[in-house]
Design a binder for this molecule. Structure first.
Ligand code: NAP
Length: 251
């Protein structure tokens, strides 16, 4: 690898929910261009360790840290651990997310709350926790993984769609708050991506709504995140939502 391709050398990136799926692909992609990657996970230590080993085998730098990012003290511990070990946080990718689907009339309040707590409040907690160090250094990239469902709504996912729409509002607001301090905040909105989260969906119905005619791979999302994390290429982009959805939602 040439030094020119190590775009993120010397930078530390935290990726929440990086033990599987899209988060894992983002971790590999940022490590490939030189970032030291913090692989956060909640309940899969073995999978997180595998991601770290994979990165190390490819010549990159990584370590894993357990944290439930919907819990404030857990998030504070995560950030303090990273600051102690790495001394800096340059990139935060708020990726961890869950679904807990059901029609609104039958949705239990706890099913609403669990999704809002992780998918929206988790983004707030992690952003707030890294903001002090990023504001002090006058440098940082925050990339929030939202969803096209946050743009278009989805029957059976009122909790998830609300959280993901909230993430878009949060992205734009923090982008405005942090812009004068050299920190950009953007969102990536995937469509349907092949991961554990989508493995039980009925493909036929969904495929007909995707102009490119197929589901996306985690690497498609990782490519967009890598672009937004890159120092020069994306330095004049903030408060934006980049859709990676095969053309599913065109506005
Ligand atoms: P996934 O395969 O189900 O992986 C979810 C990840 O989140 C896992 O690494 C999991 O860690 C972690 N996680 C769960 N609860 C957590 C918590 N409380 N604290 C920290 N980490 C936690 O999901 P995915 O499909 O890759 O989705 C990643 C993101 O993309 C989510 O925000 C999702 O909403 C969004 N997205 C996905 C799609 C899609 O089609 N797949 C589309 C649009 C948006 P453990 O392994 O430790 O449980």
């Amino acid at each position: 690898m040439t030094s020119a391709s190590l775009l993120l050398k010397g930078q530390t990136a935290i990726i929440t929910g990086a033990s599987r799926g899209i988060g894992k692909a983002i971790a590999l992609s940022l490590a490939e261009v030189g970032a030291e990657v913090v692989v956060n996970y909640s309940s899969s230590p073995e999978s997180a360790k595998e991601v770290v080993s994979l990165i190390e085998r490819l010549g990159g730098k990584a370590y894993s840290v357990q944290a439930n990012v919907s819990n404030e003290s857990s998030v504070e511990k995560l950030i303090n651990t990273v600051l102690e070990k790495s001394g800096q946080i340059n990139i935060l990718v708020n990726n961890a997310g869950i679904t807990n689907d059901g029609l609104l009339m039958r949705m239990k309040t706890e099913d609403w709350q669990s999704v809002i707590n992780l998918n929206l409040t988790g983004v707030f907690l992690c952003t707030k926790a890294v903001s002090r160090t990023m504001l002090k250094r006058k440098q940082g990239r925050i990339i929030n993984i939202t969803s096209v469902v946050g743009l278009m709504g989805n029957a059976g996912q009122s909790n998830y769609a609300s959280a993901k729409a909230g993430v878009i509002g949060l992205t734009k607001s923090t982008a405005k708050e942090f812009a004068s301090r050299g920190i950009t905040v953007n969102a990536v909105a995937p469509g349907f991506i092949k991961t554990d989260m989508t493995k039980d969906l009925h493909a036929d119905q969904i495929l007909s709504a995707i102009p490119l005619g197929h589901f996306g791979d985690p690497e498609h999302v990782a490519g967009a995140v890598r672009f937004l994390a890159s120092d020069k290429a994306a330095s004049y982009i903030t408060g934006q939502v980049l859709q990676v959805d095969g053309g599913m939602v065109m506005s």
